[in-house]
Design a protein around this ligand. Sequence first.
Ligand code: GRG
Length: 295
Amino acid sequence: MTSFKETLTENARIVTEELDRLLPLEDGAEARLMEAVRYATLSAGKRIRPFLVMNSAHLFNVSKESAVRVAAAVEMVHCYSLVHDDLPAMDDDELRRGQPTCHVRFGEAAAILAGDGLLTKAFGVLADEPTHSDPKVRGELVVEMSHAVGIEGMVGGQMLDLLAEESSLGVNEITRLQRLKTGMLIDFACASGAILGKASKPARHALHAYAHDLGLAFQIADDLLDVEGDEKEVGKKTGKDASAGKATFVSLLGRERARAQADMLADQAIEHLVLFEEKAEHLRELAKFVVSRRA
Ligand code: GRG
Protein backbone atom coordinates (compact mmCIF):
# COMPACT_ATOMS: atom_id res chain seq x y z
CA MET A 1 0.00 0.00 0.00
CA THR A 2 1.26 3.49 -0.87
CA SER A 3 2.11 5.62 2.19
CA PHE A 4 0.83 9.18 2.44
CA LYS A 5 4.41 10.51 2.16
CA GLU A 6 4.75 8.69 -1.19
CA THR A 7 1.41 10.11 -2.39
CA LEU A 8 2.54 13.63 -1.47
CA THR A 9 5.90 13.12 -3.21
CA GLU A 10 4.26 11.77 -6.37
CA ASN A 11 1.90 14.74 -6.47
CA ALA A 12 4.85 17.11 -5.98
CA ARG A 13 6.63 15.45 -8.92
CA ILE A 14 3.64 16.00 -11.24
CA VAL A 15 3.28 19.65 -10.19
CA THR A 16 7.04 20.31 -10.48
CA GLU A 17 6.96 18.91 -14.03
CA GLU A 18 4.14 21.33 -14.87
CA LEU A 19 6.05 24.25 -13.32
CA ASP A 20 9.10 23.27 -15.34
CA ARG A 21 6.97 23.32 -18.50
CA LEU A 22 5.25 26.63 -17.69
CA LEU A 23 8.48 28.39 -16.70
CA PRO A 24 10.96 27.48 -19.47
CA LEU A 25 14.52 28.77 -19.50
CA GLU A 26 14.94 31.79 -21.78
CA ASP A 27 17.80 32.99 -23.93
CA GLY A 28 19.11 36.52 -24.00
CA ALA A 29 18.26 39.31 -21.58
CA GLU A 30 15.61 37.30 -19.68
CA ALA A 31 17.91 34.36 -19.04
CA ARG A 32 19.07 35.56 -15.60
CA LEU A 33 15.51 36.40 -14.52
CA MET A 34 14.20 32.98 -15.54
CA GLU A 35 17.10 31.34 -13.77
CA ALA A 36 16.06 33.12 -10.55
CA VAL A 37 12.38 32.25 -11.14
CA ARG A 38 13.21 28.57 -11.66
CA TYR A 39 15.62 28.51 -8.72
CA ALA A 40 12.86 29.78 -6.40
CA THR A 41 10.13 27.56 -7.82
CA LEU A 42 11.64 24.21 -8.76
CA SER A 43 13.35 23.88 -5.35
CA ALA A 44 12.29 21.17 -2.92
CA GLY A 45 9.07 22.47 -1.34
CA LYS A 46 6.48 20.18 0.18
CA ARG A 47 3.90 21.36 -2.40
CA ILE A 48 1.10 21.26 0.17
CA ARG A 49 -1.01 23.90 -1.57
CA PRO A 50 -0.83 22.16 -4.98
CA PHE A 51 -1.78 18.93 -3.19
CA LEU A 52 -4.91 20.69 -1.91
CA VAL A 53 -5.78 21.87 -5.42
CA MET A 54 -5.33 18.41 -6.97
CA ASN A 55 -7.30 16.66 -4.25
CA SER A 56 -10.13 19.17 -4.01
CA ALA A 57 -10.43 18.89 -7.82
CA HIS A 58 -10.53 15.08 -7.47
CA LEU A 59 -13.71 15.41 -5.35
CA PHE A 60 -15.54 16.83 -8.37
CA ASN A 61 -13.97 14.67 -11.11
CA VAL A 62 -12.09 17.61 -12.61
CA SER A 63 -9.58 16.64 -15.32
CA LYS A 64 -5.97 16.33 -14.15
CA GLU A 65 -4.89 18.68 -17.00
CA SER A 66 -7.04 21.52 -15.58
CA ALA A 67 -6.18 20.84 -11.95
CA VAL A 68 -2.42 20.70 -12.44
CA ARG A 69 -2.38 24.12 -14.10
CA VAL A 70 -4.21 25.66 -11.14
CA ALA A 71 -1.93 23.75 -8.75
CA ALA A 72 1.12 25.20 -10.53
CA ALA A 73 -0.35 28.71 -10.42
CA VAL A 74 -0.95 28.43 -6.67
CA GLU A 75 2.62 27.21 -6.13
CA MET A 76 3.95 30.14 -8.21
CA VAL A 77 2.15 32.57 -5.90
CA HIS A 78 3.42 30.73 -2.83
CA CYS A 79 7.02 30.83 -4.14
CA TYR A 80 6.72 34.54 -4.95
CA SER A 81 5.59 35.15 -1.36
CA LEU A 82 8.57 33.21 0.00
CA VAL A 83 11.05 35.11 -2.21
CA HIS A 84 9.67 38.49 -1.18
CA ASP A 85 9.26 37.49 2.47
CA ASP A 86 12.96 36.54 2.61
CA LEU A 87 14.15 39.94 1.29
CA PRO A 88 16.22 42.21 3.56
CA ALA A 89 13.29 44.69 3.75
CA MET A 90 11.04 41.92 5.11
CA ASP A 91 12.32 38.92 7.12
CA ASP A 92 15.90 39.11 5.83
CA ASP A 93 16.48 35.36 5.61
CA GLU A 94 19.44 33.58 4.05
CA LEU A 95 18.18 30.01 3.96
CA ARG A 96 15.01 28.64 2.35
CA ARG A 97 14.19 25.05 1.38
CA GLY A 98 17.70 24.12 2.46
CA GLN A 99 19.42 26.44 0.00
CA PRO A 100 20.50 30.11 -0.09
CA THR A 101 17.49 32.41 -0.54
CA CYS A 102 16.82 33.85 -3.99
CA HIS A 103 18.25 37.31 -3.22
CA VAL A 104 21.39 35.80 -1.68
CA ARG A 105 21.95 33.76 -4.85
CA PHE A 106 20.84 36.28 -7.52
CA GLY A 107 20.83 39.71 -5.83
CA GLU A 108 17.94 41.75 -4.47
CA ALA A 109 16.74 43.30 -7.72
CA ALA A 110 16.54 39.96 -9.53
CA ALA A 111 14.72 38.41 -6.55
CA ILE A 112 12.12 41.20 -6.52
CA LEU A 113 11.58 40.77 -10.26
CA ALA A 114 11.44 36.97 -9.96
CA GLY A 115 8.63 37.35 -7.40
CA ASP A 116 6.81 39.88 -9.59
CA GLY A 117 7.20 37.58 -12.59
CA LEU A 118 5.82 34.57 -10.71
CA LEU A 119 2.77 36.44 -9.44
CA THR A 120 1.95 37.80 -12.89
CA LYS A 121 2.50 34.44 -14.59
CA ALA A 122 0.18 32.72 -12.09
CA PHE A 123 -2.75 34.94 -13.09
CA GLY A 124 -1.93 34.37 -16.76
CA VAL A 125 -2.08 30.60 -16.25
CA LEU A 126 -5.46 30.79 -14.48
CA ALA A 127 -6.94 33.00 -17.19
CA ASP A 128 -5.64 30.97 -20.13
CA GLU A 129 -7.96 28.67 -22.10
CA PRO A 130 -6.33 25.29 -21.35
CA THR A 131 -7.18 25.82 -17.64
CA HIS A 132 -10.93 25.41 -18.28
CA SER A 133 -13.18 25.52 -21.33
CA ASP A 134 -15.69 27.81 -19.55
CA PRO A 135 -14.45 31.45 -19.41
CA LYS A 136 -16.75 32.07 -16.40
CA VAL A 137 -14.84 29.44 -14.43
CA ARG A 138 -11.50 31.00 -15.41
CA GLY A 139 -12.82 34.42 -14.39
CA GLU A 140 -13.93 33.08 -11.02
CA LEU A 141 -10.50 31.55 -10.43
CA VAL A 142 -8.83 34.90 -11.18
CA VAL A 143 -11.18 36.90 -8.93
CA GLU A 144 -10.91 34.46 -6.03
CA MET A 145 -7.12 34.18 -6.28
CA SER A 146 -6.85 37.99 -6.35
CA HIS A 147 -9.02 38.21 -3.22
CA ALA A 148 -6.95 35.54 -1.44
CA VAL A 149 -3.49 36.94 -2.10
CA GLY A 150 -4.04 40.70 -2.43
CA ILE A 151 -4.57 43.53 0.02
CA GLU A 152 -7.53 41.86 1.74
CA GLY A 153 -5.59 38.59 1.92
CA MET A 154 -1.96 37.49 1.97
CA VAL A 155 -0.35 40.88 1.24
CA GLY A 156 -2.54 42.56 3.88
CA GLY A 157 -1.59 39.82 6.35
CA GLN A 158 2.09 40.40 5.63
CA MET A 159 1.64 44.10 6.42
CA LEU A 160 -0.03 43.23 9.74
CA ASP A 161 2.89 40.89 10.41
CA LEU A 162 5.44 43.65 9.83
CA LEU A 163 3.48 46.02 12.10
CA ALA A 164 3.22 43.28 14.75
CA GLU A 165 6.94 43.67 15.48
CA GLU A 166 6.10 47.02 17.10
CA SER A 167 3.05 45.93 19.11
CA SER A 168 1.99 43.11 21.39
CA LEU A 169 -0.80 41.12 19.79
CA GLY A 170 -3.23 38.75 21.52
CA VAL A 171 -4.52 35.38 20.31
CA ASN A 172 -7.46 36.89 18.39
CA GLU A 173 -5.23 39.35 16.56
CA ILE A 174 -2.64 36.68 15.72
CA THR A 175 -5.43 34.43 14.48
CA ARG A 176 -6.67 37.16 12.12
CA LEU A 177 -3.14 37.97 10.93
CA GLN A 178 -2.35 34.33 10.15
CA ARG A 179 -5.73 33.77 8.57
CA LEU A 180 -4.85 36.49 6.04
CA LYS A 181 -1.15 35.74 5.67
CA THR A 182 -1.22 31.97 5.19
CA GLY A 183 -4.86 30.90 5.55
CA MET A 184 -6.36 32.58 2.54
CA LEU A 185 -4.07 30.99 -0.05
CA ILE A 186 -4.77 27.61 1.55
CA ASP A 187 -8.46 28.49 1.34
CA PHE A 188 -8.14 29.34 -2.36
CA ALA A 189 -6.25 26.10 -3.02
CA CYS A 190 -9.21 24.14 -1.59
CA ALA A 191 -11.85 26.33 -3.23
CA SER A 192 -10.24 26.07 -6.67
CA GLY A 193 -11.20 22.40 -7.06
CA ALA A 194 -14.81 23.31 -6.32
CA ILE A 195 -14.68 26.22 -8.78
CA LEU A 196 -13.23 24.00 -11.53
CA GLY A 197 -15.85 21.35 -10.81
CA LYS A 198 -18.77 23.84 -10.53
CA ALA A 199 -19.53 22.31 -7.14
CA SER A 200 -22.71 22.82 -5.10
CA LYS A 201 -22.92 25.38 -2.28
CA PRO A 202 -22.84 22.77 0.53
CA ALA A 203 -19.70 21.21 -0.97
CA ARG A 204 -18.04 24.64 -1.20
CA HIS A 205 -18.96 25.44 2.41
CA ALA A 206 -17.56 22.14 3.63
CA LEU A 207 -14.26 22.74 1.82
CA HIS A 208 -14.08 26.29 3.14
CA ALA A 209 -14.56 25.05 6.70
CA TYR A 210 -11.88 22.37 6.17
CA ALA A 211 -9.45 24.96 4.75
CA HIS A 212 -10.11 27.37 7.63
CA ASP A 213 -9.19 24.83 10.30
CA LEU A 214 -6.36 23.30 8.27
CA GLY A 215 -4.79 26.75 7.69
CA LEU A 216 -4.73 27.55 11.39
CA ALA A 217 -3.44 24.09 12.29
CA PHE A 218 -0.71 24.52 9.65
CA GLN A 219 0.34 27.88 11.11
CA ILE A 220 0.43 26.63 14.71
CA ALA A 221 2.54 23.67 13.55
CA ASP A 222 4.83 26.18 11.75
CA ASP A 223 5.19 28.19 14.97
CA LEU A 224 6.02 24.99 16.86
CA LEU A 225 8.65 24.07 14.26
CA ASP A 226 10.25 27.48 14.73
CA VAL A 227 10.76 26.57 18.40
CA GLU A 228 11.30 22.81 18.26
CA GLY A 229 12.47 22.14 14.69
CA ASP A 230 15.93 21.22 13.53
CA GLU A 231 17.30 23.87 11.14
CA LYS A 232 18.73 21.27 8.72
CA GLU A 233 15.46 19.33 8.58
CA VAL A 234 13.23 22.42 8.37
CA GLY A 235 15.46 23.93 5.66
CA LYS A 236 15.23 27.47 7.05
CA LYS A 237 16.46 29.34 10.09
CA THR A 238 14.59 28.43 13.28
CA GLY A 239 14.16 30.38 16.53
CA LYS A 240 13.44 33.52 14.53
CA ASP A 241 10.12 34.44 16.14
CA ALA A 242 11.48 34.39 19.68
CA SER A 243 14.61 36.37 18.79
CA ALA A 244 12.46 38.98 16.99
CA GLY A 245 10.22 39.13 20.09
CA LYS A 246 7.23 38.26 17.87
CA ALA A 247 3.99 37.05 19.41
CA THR A 248 3.06 33.64 18.01
CA PHE A 249 0.56 30.94 18.98
CA VAL A 250 3.41 29.26 20.87
CA SER A 251 4.53 32.36 22.76
CA LEU A 252 0.92 33.14 23.70
CA LEU A 253 -0.39 29.65 24.51
CA GLY A 254 2.76 27.75 25.44
CA ARG A 255 3.98 24.67 23.57
CA GLU A 256 1.61 22.18 25.12
CA ARG A 257 -1.58 24.15 24.54
CA ALA A 258 -0.44 25.16 21.06
CA ARG A 259 0.15 21.48 20.16
CA ALA A 260 -3.27 20.51 21.59
CA GLN A 261 -4.94 23.33 19.64
CA ALA A 262 -3.26 22.26 16.38
CA ASP A 263 -4.36 18.63 16.88
CA MET A 264 -7.91 19.73 17.74
CA LEU A 265 -8.08 21.90 14.58
CA ALA A 266 -6.79 19.04 12.40
CA ASP A 267 -9.48 16.71 13.81
CA GLN A 268 -12.12 19.38 13.25
CA ALA A 269 -10.89 19.92 9.68
CA ILE A 270 -11.33 16.20 9.01
CA GLU A 271 -14.89 16.26 10.38
CA HIS A 272 -15.89 18.86 7.76
CA LEU A 273 -15.13 16.34 4.99
CA VAL A 274 -17.83 13.82 5.91
CA LEU A 275 -19.91 14.79 2.87
CA PHE A 276 -17.20 13.59 0.47
CA GLU A 277 -16.92 10.09 1.94
CA GLU A 278 -13.88 8.07 0.80
CA LYS A 279 -13.06 10.51 -2.03
CA ALA A 280 -11.58 12.89 0.56
CA GLU A 281 -9.19 10.36 2.08
CA HIS A 282 -6.06 12.23 0.90
CA LEU A 283 -7.38 15.49 2.32
CA ARG A 284 -7.94 13.76 5.67
CA GLU A 285 -4.42 12.37 5.63
CA LEU A 286 -3.03 15.78 4.77
CA ALA A 287 -4.65 17.29 7.88
CA LYS A 288 -2.89 14.67 10.01
CA PHE A 289 0.40 15.22 8.17
CA VAL A 290 0.29 19.01 8.61
CA VAL A 291 0.34 18.75 12.41
CA SER A 292 2.87 15.92 12.61
CA ARG A 293 5.41 17.12 10.01
CA ARG A 294 9.02 17.89 10.96
CA ALA A 295 9.69 20.30 8.07
C1 GRG B 1 3.53 38.92 -0.09
C2 GRG B 1 5.87 39.29 0.74
C3 GRG B 1 4.59 38.60 0.86
C4 GRG B 1 4.45 37.70 1.86
C5 GRG B 1 3.24 36.99 2.15
C6 GRG B 1 2.96 33.80 3.00
C7 GRG B 1 3.86 34.91 3.34
C8 GRG B 1 3.33 36.28 3.45
C9 GRG B 1 5.13 34.70 3.59
C10 GRG B 1 5.75 33.40 3.56
C11 GRG B 1 6.77 33.27 4.63
C12 GRG B 1 6.44 32.38 5.78
C13 GRG B 1 7.59 31.69 6.37
C14 GRG B 1 5.20 32.23 6.26
C15 GRG B 1 4.86 31.34 7.39
C16 GRG B 1 4.20 30.04 7.03
C17 GRG B 1 4.57 29.53 5.73
C18 GRG B 1 3.75 30.03 4.63
C19 GRG B 1 5.60 28.67 5.62
C20 GRG B 1 6.11 28.11 4.37
O1 GRG B 1 5.21 27.19 3.79
P1 GRG B 1 5.57 25.65 3.60
O2 GRG B 1 5.95 25.04 4.91
O3 GRG B 1 6.88 25.77 2.70
O4 GRG B 1 4.47 24.99 2.86
P2 GRG B 1 7.43 24.89 1.47
O5 GRG B 1 8.86 25.34 1.32
O6 GRG B 1 7.33 23.44 1.84
O7 GRG B 1 6.61 25.26 0.28
